[in-house]
Design a protein. Structure first.
Lengths: 115, 110
């Protein structure tokens, strides 16, 4: 059982579709994250959840809607996306401590293509 | 504005030689630095880290050097092996958030 699991691994959707990405972590961590990786760009932090509460929204458009029902699960709901939203979406978890965020453990990513 | 920069998008090294991957940062508030390694079709995995109070951290074939005055971080891999071929991301932590570089693709030639 891998630490952080993401489904689906690949998703192709039209601009009018509604879909969701799912992330599950089996590490007992209290923080979960969504990152976006586009070609030739740094990993971009999208959302942070600590103890199920959203603590960071990095100016992400409202067509991306996160949901964190518990500390082990994180969703990213997608609606009316644009072709430029095509990217690799990475989920990560960590156990924050006094020293900071803690080491990030990443899932394998969901490759999203918007047509 | 990019706070963590990896100016070399790619690097090729002969097997057995040293690989040196570089990273520059602009924010003096970063207190923890990490290197992540990413194979195709996989998520990044943690490789090695260093606290801002240190200037060197070694783990087997991997050594990370930190030069705070130059705001420069480097990862040395010696000896390099073909299995080290991957994309390497530098990351910096403010305590609240990670900032990542764009990555350097390392190819180790057998």
């Amino acid at each position: 059982e891998t630490g952080v699991t993401q489904t689906p691994r690949h998703l192709v959707m039209g601009m009018t579709n509604k879909k969701s990405l799912k992330c599950e972590q089996h590490l007992g961590h209290n923080a979960m994250y969504w990152y976006k990786q586009s070609a030739k760009k740094p990993l971009e932090l999208m959302f942070v959840y600590n103890f199920k509460e959203q603590t960071e929204n990095n100016s992400v458009p409202s067509r991306f809607s996160p949901e964190c029902p518990n500390s082990s699960h994180l969703f990213l709901h997608l609606h009316t996306l644009q072709p430029e939203d095509s990217a690799l979406y990475l989920c990560a978890s960590s156990q924050p401590g006094l020293g900071g965020v803690g080491e990030l453990f990443f899932g394998e990513g969901s490759r999203l293509t918007v047509l | 504005d990019q706070q963590v920069k990896q100016n070399s998008p790619s690097l090729s090294v002969q097997e057995g030689r040293i690989s040196i991957l570089n990273c520059d940062y602009t924010n003096s508030m970063f207190d923890y630095f990490l290197w992540y390694k990413k194979y195709p079709a996989e998520g990044p995995t943690f490789l090695i880290s260093i606290s801002s109070i240190k200037d060197k951290n070694e783990d087997g074939r991997f050594t990370v050097f930190l030069n705070k005055s130059a705001k420069h971080l480097s990862l040395h891999i010696v000896p390099s092996q073909p299995g080290d071929s991957a994309v390497y991301f530098c990351a910096a932590d403010t305590g609240n958030q990670f900032y990542f570089g764009t990555g350097t693709s390392l190819t180790v030639i057998p």
